[in-house]
Design a binder for this molecule. Sequence first.
Ligand code: B1M
Length: 231
Amino acid sequence: MPDLRKLYEAILSGDAKSAVAVTREALAENADPLELVSQFMVPAMDEVGKRFECEEYFVPELLISARAMKGALELLRPLLAARGAEPLGRVAIGTVKGDLHDIGKNLVGSLLEGGGFEVIDLGSDVAPEKFVAAVREKGANIVALSALLTVTMPSMKTTIEALRQAGVREGVKVIVGGAPVTEQYAREIGADGYGDNATAAVALARRLMGRQTTEVPSEGAMAIEGHWDVT
Ligand code: B1M
């Protein structure tokens, strides 16, 4: 097994080539993809964020670290998304309007696929009308909203309002998450549930679709009371 600390260092220093090489080597040695993500890659991005906060890193450093993270994730994505034949439901996922952060959203999307869902990825900076269209035209059962910026969190509320105004809110479950989002905020804006990480989002989605599961740990998955009753 390669020294996985190198994966952490490669993402922290924005060395995409090395991040991809170490990931490839680790996979060849049967490393668990989810462990690579949670123990090395996400902590590296957290450290990038801390350095940005104390002005040791600036936007260019964020961008090159994000590129290294994405390069490594590309190799892991098919493994995280491998699933059986019959989808449990259809999820329309996106990062809300005004927000360009898509790494966490992509991770949640891949794990939802791996957890048995068909995923419609609407991308980042997604306008409320696009979520409405995904429900109307593509029959999404779950709308999954990600936000990484405090200033874009209100776009989650706007999106839920748009679903209501379009008359489709009752027919879908809305789940929310992203670093600044809290269970309390999810409650305030009338979401059906909140996940504080990608595996929690899968547990939540399964539960909202009426599929209790022991395969996926549900720690960090919060359903909002009164919305928890599943059919
Ligand atoms: Co920006 N950024 N960024 N950034 N960035 C943060 C978020 C920040 C916390 C950095 C900091 O100050 N410490 C800060 C936000 C402060 C705030 O509002 N609270 C910030 C800022 C300020 C900005 C800009 C405004 C900077 C500027 O231009 N001056 C700007 C905004 C641009 C915009 O969106 N309009 C900006 C830009 C960028 C880049 C484009 C350079 C780049 C993003 C590249 C990309 O995504 N393609 C970037 C990056 C990389 C970061 C940090 C460093 C890393 C984010 C990341 O990918 N984390 C970030 C600091 C940090 O988070 N520590 C930061 C790894 C990822 C796996 O985690 O996305 O949290 P995360 O997802 C997790 C959970 O949150 C959860 O599951 C995931 C896996 O566990 N989750 C869900 C996410 N969505 C979910 C949905 C769910 C459930 C769970 O249900 C639906």
